[in-house]
Design a protein around this ligand. Structure first.
Ligand SMILES: Cc1ncc(COP(=O)(O)O)c(C=O)c1O
Length: 451
């Protein structure tokens, strides 16, 4: 693979740190020309702990949690926030979520195991995934997982059978695909007809699933779930999906006399990755969803079920940055300049996977203008191993530390050991001090599974 050719008309935007306010963690600032996070000098931190390094603004994560809780209070006071752990998970975060009474969307046996180990209330776990294994189903029931979100008829049967054998009644939600196309990258659209997730409303598939779930004696059908996609800016898709779901719920009520106790509207609120992104705020999003739900159920003459929302990216994404060391700068006259760093697609696959865009800053030159147009490349054996394509940056030199912003979601959680790369440590920073929440992997860790 080769990169798209640089457009010769493209120029660096000469932007400053101030221009990046929406993209950066809220406690990031320059002090005497060096980027600091919550009072911690990021250049020194990188030299002390090594790079690549994931760094999180702990205070910002907590403030985003509170913004969601407070944002829902006026219109949906009984609504519950359920954090999507696939965005990023670690024990310290789980403890913070539990302290604030959040629920947790988990998507695999190990996420449940980790929640259990951390003392997260397992009745507040919501177990997702379009093909949970029989073993995961039993582990989840055994752990006392609150609810399963079910995507297929086969899974309804599997959960019912396991619940019968284990002597429990298991609560479930059915995931419904409302058949709308969210305004985002096709890889992260999940609510359209052509989706591996959930039951489609067309051809009575979802209605048949309701009948089937209600017929199974060891399941308790609590209601419905939808998730239309991720990194969504235009909220119109939520309005359309809620309207489709209300019509569906009304039909089910009229035809089967079943009313859901719960309705989970999923996650998906977008965040600012670049200076051009203008996402809706958490408060506006909560208000919008509240209005649409109240209007929809009211007009249909239906009681509003208990509402759940499942944000991931918008809680954690902008709170995280990744630090790298610049190892070399390769200028190809008339083509492009590569800034080569000591990480790449193993710690952030999003650029290679779906052309995600990011902003970066040279930590030790934070007050300088971003006057160079560069491509930030990783150290892996793939030409597509890039982190930023044609982005503005201060003039980079060997030994500089580069910060890439908005890497808090779907970077560490999607990281890999490609080229037997050891995964970076994760550090939480708060008011002038930091603590490592995950240590850097070692070569020994990488060999631990060899027999
Ligand atoms: C079922 C479900 N809920 C919630 C989320 C969280 O989405 P986001 O991180 O965009 O808020 C996802 C992520 O794709 C998801 O698959």
């Amino acid at each position: 693979m080769s990169l798209r050719a640089s457009n010769p008309a493209l120029r660096a935007d000469n932007s400053t740190l101030e221009d990046l306010a929406l993209v950066m963690p809220k406690n990031c600032e320059s002090k005497e020309g060096t980027l600091h996070l919550a009072g911690v000098d990021l250049f020194k931190l990188a030299k002390e702990l090594g790079t690549a390094l994931y760094v999180y603004d702990e205070d910002m994560i907590e403030s985003n949690i509170l913004r969601y809780k407070q944002g829902l209070e006026s219109k949906l006071p009984s609504a519950q926030v359920c954090y999507a752990s696939k965005a990023f998970i670690c024990k310290d975060l789980l403890k913070m979520l539990a302290r604030h009474g959040l629920y947790l969307d988990v998507c695999g046996g190990a996420e449940i195991y980790m929640a259990q180990l951390t003392g997260f209330p397992t009745e507040n776990l919501v177990f997702h995934g379009n093909n949970k294994t029989p073993q995961e189903i039993r582990e989840a029931i055994d752990a006392g997982v609150g609810k399963f979100v079910v995507d297929t008829k086969e899974e309804l049967d599997r959960i019912s059978e396991a619940a019968y054998e284990m002597g429990v009644n298991q609560k479930v939600l059915l995931r419904i695909t409302p058949g709308i196309v969210a305004d985002t990258h096709s890889f992260i659209q999940t609510g359209s007809e052509d989706s591996k997730f959930g039951f489609t409303i067309a051809h009575d598939t979802a209605k048949d699933a309701v009948a089937h779930a209600l017929s199974l004696p060891h399941l308790k059908l609590m209601g419905f779930h939808m998730h239309i996609g991720s990194q969504i800016f235009n909220l119109e898709g939520y309005s359309q999906a809620i309207s489709v779901m209300v019509d569906f719920i009304k039909d089910i009520y009229e035809q089967m006399d079943y009313l859901p106790e719960e309705f989970d509207v999923g996650g998906g609120l977008g965040i600012a990755y670049t200076v051009h992104d203008k996402p809706t705020s958490i408060e506006q999003f909560c208000d919008y969803i509240g209005d649409e739900l109240l209007k929809g159920f009211n007009e249909a003459g239906l009681e509003l079920p208990k509402i759940y929302i499942e944000p991931g990216r918008s809680i954690i994404g902008n709170a995280g940055i990744t630090l790298y060391s610049v190892g070399s700068v390769k200028e190809i006259p008339g083509v492009r300049t590569y800034v080569n760093v000591d990480g790449g697609m193993s710690d952030n696959i999003r650029t290679a996977l779906y052309g995600a865009e990011y902003e970066g800053v040279i930590v030790n030159k934070a007050d300088e203008l971003r006057s160079e147009l560069v491509t930030v490349a990783g150290k892996h054996c793939e030409s597509g191993d890039v982190l930023i394509v044609d982005g503005s940056l201060q003039e980079a030199e060997v030994g500089d530390v580069l910060a890439i912003f908005a890497t808090g979601a779907y970077c560490e959680s999607m990281s890999s050991n490609y080229n037997m790369q050891t995964r970076p440590a994760v550090v939480f920073v708060r008011v002038g001090s930091y603590h490592t929440v995950k240590r850097r992997e070692t070569y020994k860790d990488l060999l631990a599974r060899e027999l």
